[in-house]
Ligand binder design. Structure first.
Ligand SMILES: Cc1cc2nc3c(=O)[nH]c(=O)nc-3n(C[C@H](O)[C@H](O)[C@H](O)COP(=O)(O)OP(=O)(O)OC[C@H]3O[C@@H](n4cnc5c(N)ncnc54)[C@H](O)[C@@H]3O)c2cc1C
Length: 406
């Protein structure tokens, strides 16, 4: 169903990363008669097929998006990304959010193979059994769950189940195209100074782009019918701060370095090793490419990658997943590592939007330009779990809209 041009309530979503696009799509798609949705973002995903050469001279084509801006400004294209629960047995809210997303992704992978979401085998290896609750809540959620009895050296506990991997570039573009098909509006390339400026952009866009409301739309804005949804990731707090004039600083970046390699033989399994200084992971991205990680450095702002970290990631990941290099795992490790190095396509750095106290999912308000009240729903600060919780948080944002009669 396409958006009903008579929808009187206007929603403007700030941000076109995984959180903004999932939230905008869900509202536009589920409530087309009630809401007309506009996305405003400085940066967005513009996919193209990149042709890159590995050091060994192989030419590989895979989906990419231009990142001609600081990695601090948009995180989503860098993520692995895959679904691996981070909710503890006592955090029922995050459990519900992750479960909603797991089921949604499963559905997408089956019904929309072009969505960039795929079902794969997920292997979690725990160096210490204490790192996971006995009978963790997600054991009964995920499909084909089993405890692994044949443990690799140094691993105390391991599980295997069906999980999801997401190619962030294909998937966010899929959400954007679906959103536009449903009648959503999209403005990109605009850096918004504060939420009042966002209000002005929204008024302009809703009025100028063929809004056929029987009553002029500007009148609606003076009657509290514009809601802002703040999905600005790391930028979510500063854009809000300029408004509420608070000195509290809850947001911080969590730097992550990953290595993109060409490994066509490793496309149907994701492996995560937990314990040790950093979590290590191997996440297939499609087109024969795989993301290897990683690091987790809170409050670290430097955008450069570190060559020693790249070497450490490659070595750890090859130990985790010998399949990364074709041939016998019994062959000399050093020569296999050299082959893996010769298949590196890129080294990337991203900044997870960390927040003290977790995601800001809350309702707020401000005075608009003509003294009217404008409601704000915040949905930012998803740290390292923005993909695996994206749909659940979009459902929560839609529920907040409805419960507050916005
Ligand atoms: C290395 C790495 C691996 C990861 N792996 C996983 C994983 O396996 N699973 C998982 O679930 N998560 C993973 N994550 C986390 C995930 O990537 C993030 O949680 C998620 O991308 C955050 O998305 P977002 O939409 O909130 O922010 P972003 O993607 O940063 O988007 C922010 C948007 O807001 C816009 N914006 C901000 N300020 C302004 C402004 N003033 N004016 C206009 N526009 C503005 C930006 O232009 C952009 O469009 C990983 C992250 C990293 C770095």
């Amino acid at each position: 169903m396409s958006a009903d041009s008579r929808a009187t309530k206007k929603v403007v979503v700030l941000g076109a990363g995984i959180i903004g696009m999932t939230t905008a799509l869900l509202i536009q798609q589920q409530r087309p008669r009630e809401y007309s949705v506009l996305v405003v973002a400085e940066h967005s995903i513009n996919p193209y097929m990149k042709s890159a050469k590995t050091p060994s001279g192989k030419t590989v084509e895979y989906p990419e998006t231009k990142m001609d801006f600081s990695a601090l400004e948009m995180t989503s294209p860098i993520a692995g990304a895959h679904w691996r629960s981070l909710a503890s047995n006592s955090d029922t809210f995050l459990q519900q959010t992750e479960a909603l997303t797991y089921k949604h992704f499963m559905n997408l992978a089956i019904k929309h193979p072009n969505s960039g979401v795929r079902i794969v085998e997920g292997v979690d290896l725990y160096l210490n059994k204490k790192l996971v609750d006995d009978n963790n809540w997600h054991f009964s959620l995920v499909k084909d769950f089993k405890v692994v009895s044949d443990l690799p050296e140094g691993v105390e506990y391991a599980t295997n189940y069906k999980t999801l991997v997401v190619n962030p570039i294909i998937y966010i573009d899929f959400c954007k195209r679906w959103f536009l098909m449903e009648g959503g509006k999209f403005v990109t390339g605009v850096r918004v100074k504060d939420l009042r400026e966002l209000e002005a952009i929204a008024v302009n866009e809703f009025m100028s782009k063929g809004d056929k409301s029987p009553t002029p739309v500007a009148q609606h804005f003076s009657s509290n019918e514009l809601t802002i949804i703040n999905c600005a990731g790391l930028g979510g707090e500063s854009i809000n701060k300029s408004l509420v004039n608070t000195n509290s600083k809850l947001m911080y970046p969590v730097k992550g370095q990953v290595v993109l390699v060409y490994a066509p033989s490793m496309q149907h399994k994701t492996i995560t090793k937990l314990g040790g200084k950093y979590m290590s992971y191997v996440i297939p991205r499609g087109s024969g490419t795989v993301i290897l990680g990683g690091t987790h450095q809170p409050h670290e702002y430097t955008p450069d990658s570190d060559p020693m970290t790249t070497d450490r990631i490659l070595e750890e990941c090859l130990k985790l997943a010998p399949e990364l290099v074709e041939g016998s795992p019994e062959d000399d490790f050093k020569s296999r590592l050299e082959i893996l190095k010769s298949n590196v396509l890129d080294v990337k750095v991203g900044f997870r939007p960390g927040r003290v106290g977790g995601v800001n999912l809350s309702v707020d308000s401000m005075y608009g330009r003509s003294g009217n009240t404008i409601r704000i729903i915040h949905n930012y600060g998803h740290n390292g779990y923005g993909f695996q919780s994206s749909y659940g948080y979009a459902v929560h944002a839609l529920n907040l809209l409805r419960q507050n009669k916005l």
